[in-house]
Write a protein that binds this ligand. Structure first.
Ligand code: ADP
Length: 462
């Protein structure tokens, strides 16, 4: 047996909302007991009642509950859970938390703290990818200061450039620079912001690609050196660098390119000693992929890969954490049809201001090829302390067109009353000719919103 595999039959779920419910479903599939950690703001949530056991880890603010390693470790100990599933967000990519679990002889359902540390820092992640031959955005993989050296590096790379925080995440800690006059100020401000937001002032730079698409490759690795890639997703429909709609596979991207780079991703995992689920994020431009970062956890959009591969990724993630070998080879992975996910947020569809409160009425759509992952039902009170995503609507079709038509029907059927939601925005996107064509750049949604604001302004003036 490999030394750091510890058997477990009970998992502490250190997350909330739809992903907590998703993990509970996987535990049930595997016959594992699940202990749901919850903050006092989530005490009444239906998924807390569904768990085999539930344990309060603190008050509403995340820092004192879902982000508190000490509270979660205590909850794991008290409940007898030998493993922790961190979901996404919160502590899921926190290497210090992973190290604390390791030191306590517990299993984090995810990679080791060492792998997380290498890949969690965007500078060391890029260096690791370069050494494994994974194609990266051309840049400078070192910490920058606001000095002449930075000016010289920038002029070698060529403008426009993007200054990025090594510890950045969630679409924050990035600044585009168009000319040398802007460079040093941008480095200074990004360093200050990064220090404040991520407690890591290191920033680096890379070429700013002008009209890329966001394409990512899902991988899954076990403890025994086996790994597979499970196809690509396109997450170019973004607002403020945050994903709004995802689809799989990435339309109009050469499958041979995905296969070649997918293999390199798995090789990189082997070299780093990575295990579990992971996502390699790329920008795609002019027929090429350029690595930007790796997410060392389960992602929101894992669902669309499940729909196109027929696999239960959360179940597999837990099985490899138990030390099981991957139950299939790369040759046995089959990707079929097309899947789309719309992230349904409780927010104003035009101002994007969150809209917490009580969901007076909730009706989820159904029918062939429709899946809804949500923790919400009529009467559910959305707390104001956490992010505003309340459901994921996922469709599958034999073709992209069928997946879109099914999504339109599903969103028409879905009812959310009592709070605002971004369903109208999704419906507008689905109807746009650019989305219909597929292969939009990451600027597509922002441009659509700008056009809408301009035309509304013109209407007001008229
Ligand atoms: P985060 O960890 O905050 O999500 P990423 O590095 O994944 O940051 O980048 C988020 C988004 O920012 C990308 O999906 C893309 O829209 C944009 N972006 C990042 N790097 C570049 C780049 N070099 N050129 C153009 N856009 C970029």
């Amino acid at each position: 047996m490999i030394a750091d595999i510890h058997p477990f039959d009970r998992i502490l779920i250190a997350n909330r909302g739809e992903i907590a419910l998703r993990i509970q479903r996987a535990c049930r599939q595997l016959g594992l007991a699940c202990v749901q950690a919850y903050s006092s703001a989530d005490a009444g949530a239906p998924y807390v009642r569904c768990a085999d056991e539930a344990i309060c880890i603190g008050p509403a603010p995340s820092r004192q509950s879902y982000l508190s390693s000490a509270a979660i470790l205590l909850a794991a100990r008290a409940s007898g859970a030998r493993a922790v599933h961190p979901g996404y967000g919160f502590l899921s990519e926190n290497a210090d938390f992973a190290a604390r679990l390791e030191a306590a002889g517990m299993t984090l359902i995810g990679p080791t703290s060492d792998a997380m540390r290498v890949l969690g820092d965007k500078i060391s992640a890029k260096r690791a990818m370069i050494s494994s031959g994974v194609p990266c955005v051309p840049g400078y993989e070192g910490a920058l200061a606001a000095d002449d050296a930075a000016l010289a590096i920038a002029s070698d790379l060529g403008y426009p450039l993007i200054i990025k925080a090594a510890g950045g995440g969630g679409g924050r800690g990035m600044r585009v620079v168009h000319n040398p006059e802007e460079l040093l100020g941008a480095i200074r401000i990004t360093r200050e912001e990064a220090e404040r937001a991520f407690a890591n002032a290191n920033v680096y730079m890379e070429r700013y690609l002008q009209r890329p698409r966001h394409v990512e490759i899902q991988v899954l690795c076990d403890h025994h050196g086996n790994g597979v890639w499970l196809g690509a997703r396109d997450c170019s429909t973004q607002r403020r660098h945050q994903k709004v709609i995802e689809e799989a596979p990435a339309p109009n991207v050469d499958p041979a390119l995905i296969a070649r780079v997918g293999k390199l991703c798995v090789d990189a995992c082997r070299q780093i000693g990575y295990r579990g689920l992971g996502t390699f994020e790329f920008l795609h431009e002019d027929g090429e992929l350029f690595f930007i970062e790796m997410n060392t956890r389960l992602q929101v959009e894992h669902t669309i890969t499940e729909m196109t591969s027929g696999l239960d990724l959360v179940e597999l993630q837990i099985r490899v954490a138990q030390g099981e070998r991957l139950p299939f080879t790369q040759e046995e992975v089959e990707v079929s049809g097309h899947s789309i996910e719309c992230r349904i947020n409780a927010e104003d569809p035009t101002t994007f201001v969150p809209s917490p409160g009580t969901v007076e009425f909730f009706h989820a759509p159904g029918g062939p090829g429709i899946r809804v992952d949500s923790h919400v039902s009529s009467g559910y009170a959305i707390p104001s302390h956490y992010d505003s995503m309340i459901a994921k609507v996922i469709t599958w079709g034999k073709t992209r067109e069928q997946a879109i038509v099914r999504m339109e029907g599903a969103l028409r059927e879905m009812k959310i009353e009592g709070v605002k939601s971004n369903i109208p925005l999704h419906r507008d996107v689905l109807q746009s000719s650019e989305f219909r064509r597929g292969g939009m750049s990451i600027h597509f949604l922002e441009r659509m919103l700008d056009d809408r604001r301009r035309s509304q302004g013109a209407n007001k003036q008229a």
